[in-house]
Unconditional design. Sequence first.
Length: 414
Amino acid sequence: MQFESTLKYAEYLDNQDPLYSLKNKFYFPSSNPIYFCGHSLGLQPKQTYDYVKDELNAWEELGVEGHLNGKSPWLDYHSYLAENMSKIVGANTSEVVVMNSLTTNLHLLMISFFKPSKHKFKILIDTPSFPSDKYAVQSQLKLHGLNPLEDLIEISTFQDNKCISNKDMLNQIETNLDNVAMMLISGVNYYTGQFYDLKSISNLAKKYNCIIGLDLAHAAGNVQLELSNWDIDFAAWCGYKYLNGGPGAPSGVFVNEKYHSSDLNRLEGWWGHDKETRFSPPNLFNPIKSAEAWQLSNPPILSMAALRSSIELFDSVGMDTLRKRSKLLTSYMENMIYSINNSNINIITPSESGDRGSQLSLAIHSNEKNIELFLKNKNIICDFRKPNVIRVAPCAFYNSYKDIYNFVQVLKEL
Ligand SMILES: *Cc1c(COP(=O)(O)O)cnc(C)c1O
């Protein structure tokens, strides 16, 4: 990439960027910050308001009849999201359903997929791990009478303040797979921003007859995924980070097609039951032959409407296009940070663009006592992790080269 560290060059890049105007489809917070927190809560698409209002209107005008009538009858509302969501993660439509929230879904999936036996009973995860994921796998072990400390294997992908290579990660997984029944791996690590080699990890899981589940909280809507081709067993992700679905937005779930007619056990409820007989129920649960079988309850329409609006934007632009732009923005940010030559700032995210998404994690060794407050006072919104790591993610939808330029000028002062 040709590169100059001037403001003029940042403006030039914005001017010749055909996707610059995508930002006009989003609301920015009223303080008009530099917003690099799309990895935590994506900004609100302007069209979200109308999607939610449509359902408030339908409720107002139709009451209970909104389930069957109106523009988007609620009875099947979840199905309006499945196709666009499945394209975002590279799956068949029948393999994806939107429901609940992420940790809840990880539990529902592990109830089905973690089936410890006498010789295979451990769970393997990558670290640094998000606290919720760790509690989730520990409690799954406890549910089976296993030991949450001994029977959980943690592969550390961040050693001596550096990400290990994807190849080293594979080696480490392979040497630790004895007795492992299931691995739960992040797609993109929330702390370091590393995008793992999921295809090779999945192959390894197959070779050792181990179930592979993915937590794609930081990967969905950020990087290109091919869950079907990679033969992943199950996955879940949240709707409010890169997917811009709004605070607490519903979560996406992937269940590989090969399990749709299997005899896997699951926790069951009426929304997973065969639609023909949902309202004249037989004695026994009869699962829908798709990921929908894992649904328990009828969906929260207002929050589904918000997420629906944002994933339609993904479909209109396309993941390929977004990923291309995100790679350019992130490389530009990396180059700008190197250009200021500030030895207090260390990028811990891998430098190979295929090994990361749009997030850069920066370890900052500054005399500044409160880095978080310092950045806030400069009107920069990003994420701070103790003791000294900030995570910044230029979002392909709404960030510009000039945002990055201005941010890096502030970094100079640290
Ligand atoms: C954001 C995130 C979560 C959040 O879980 P919720 O159930 O949606 O509150 C869980 N795990 C990871 C890895 C995350 O990044």
